[in-house]
Design a protein around this ligand. Sequence first.
Ligand code: PAN
Ligand code: ZN
Length: 185
Amino acid sequence: MNTSHIIFPPLIFSNDNLIGEKVEKATRRLKDLKGIFHDEEAFSSMPEDILAYEVSSFSPEKEGTPGGLCFGITYLYSGKVGDEYFITKGHFHAQVGRAEFYWGIKGEGILIMMDKSRKVWAERMFPGSLHYIPGGIAHRVANTGNQLLSFGACWPFDAGHNYEEIAVNGFGKRLLDRNGTPNLI
Ligand code: PAN
Ligand code: ZN
């Protein structure tokens, strides 16, 4: 048998690690999340270099290629700013019709979603949980546990990310710790 056409894949996803030459890593520290948390006093009393989350992603095609897919793993650290859990910035996709899958890998958290009318709902995330985020729905994740939360994501290449709207108006509800229990308020 001629094995010359059998190659190693460009990507290995092992445990919660994404390994490959084309994997890119983005880092978000508290200072990158200014204006996201409601307790500004608690925010400014914390070291701004604290790691909030990292994203390892793999984009097999050129940005914007219609029909292409992206794959990413987010590592969201455990922590709180006042009574608010560490969260990702959150975004709508720039192309409104673009959906996405998330799935829980490690730790526990909550996926918060919001539609255009600012109606908010949420789903628990845990190892093995699978979440479909329809097009036109803003999404962000909170780590509600005391260990790292890692989750996978797969989204269309041409989705694009609209952070602006969330940066300006936030979500309609926040996930706050009330006596040790997460509450959407
Ligand atoms: C995810 C997110 C990732 C980080 O890959 O980009 O969890 O969250 P923010 O992008 O809101 O900072 C995704 O939803 N991609 O579309
Ligand atoms: Zn997204």
